[in-house]
Design a protein around this ligand. Structure first.
Ligand SMILES: [Zn+2]
Ligand SMILES: [Zn+2]
Ligand SMILES: [Zn+2]
Ligand SMILES: [Zn+2]
Length: 204
């Protein structure tokens, strides 16, 4: 039951219709980024910057900025709050540089943007550098949750060596894209360093 629920949530967030209805936003696997499914659809909509964009560097479809404070998927996993920036410049006690500091939502301490990124946020690189998205070549049949529903992608993931996939050219193209994509993610990804305040050790 729980797995089904998780899957439904994933399906909702994985793909969503653009507000103009001309195309869909597709999540780039393993990242908080989204891309347009069809770049030639005539849709001119843009992704919306998270209110913490300076720190998280994430733009999401506007309907996703719904958590506490309307922050992005990545911020949702970290503090789930908007950061408040100091108006004056102070020395950041981690990097020793004079910067505008941000209040940590978990304690009374403050850090600069770069130090918050390094400590609390994973780095996924620049979404513009990602290889262009290729969808799984076969579409589901029927309606999700209803009798007779068949999703070729699930079938493929469960039995990738089944005869029907082995000599399929579309699948080979998709697999090649997946390799290139995964290599790219691995080359740019940097995990968060800690998740604790460096001064009081309070965890998020
Ligand atoms: Zn649109
Ligand atoms: Zn964010
Ligand atoms: Zn700093
Ligand atoms: Zn602290």
């Amino acid at each position: 039951m729980k797995l089904e629920f998780m899957k439904r949530i994933f399906l909702i967030y994985n793909k969503m219709k653009c507000d103009c209805g001309k195309t869909e936003w597709i999540s780039l696997p393993k990242t908080p980024f989204y891309t347009k499914k069809d770049t030639k659809s005539g849709c001119i909509c843009k992704l919306t910057k998270c209110p913490n964009y300076k720190i998280c560097k994430v733009r999401n479809p506007s309907c996703l900025l719904i958590g506490k404070g309307g922050v992005c998927l990545e911020c949702n996993l970290v503090f789930n709050q908007r950061f408040v920036k100091d108006t004056n410049i102070t020395k950041c006690l981690v990097c020793k540089k004079d910067k505008h500091l941000y209040q940590l939502p978990i304690c009374e301490h403050k850090l600069c943007r770069k130090c918050i990124q390094n400590i609390f946020y994973c780095d996924y690189g620049n979404p513009k550098d990602y290889p262009e998205y290729i969808e799984f070549p076969y579409k589901p049949i029927g309606k999700y949750g209803e009798k007779g529903y068949y999703n070729p992608e699930d079938d493929y993931e469960a039995n990738p060596y089944d005869e029907k996939w082995i000599n399929d050219e579309q699948i080979q193209i998709f697999e090649e894209w997946k390799n290139v994509y995964n290599e790219h993610v691995d080359s740019v990804y940097r995990p968060a360093n800690g998740k604790k305040c460096p001064f009081c050790r309070k965890k998020i």
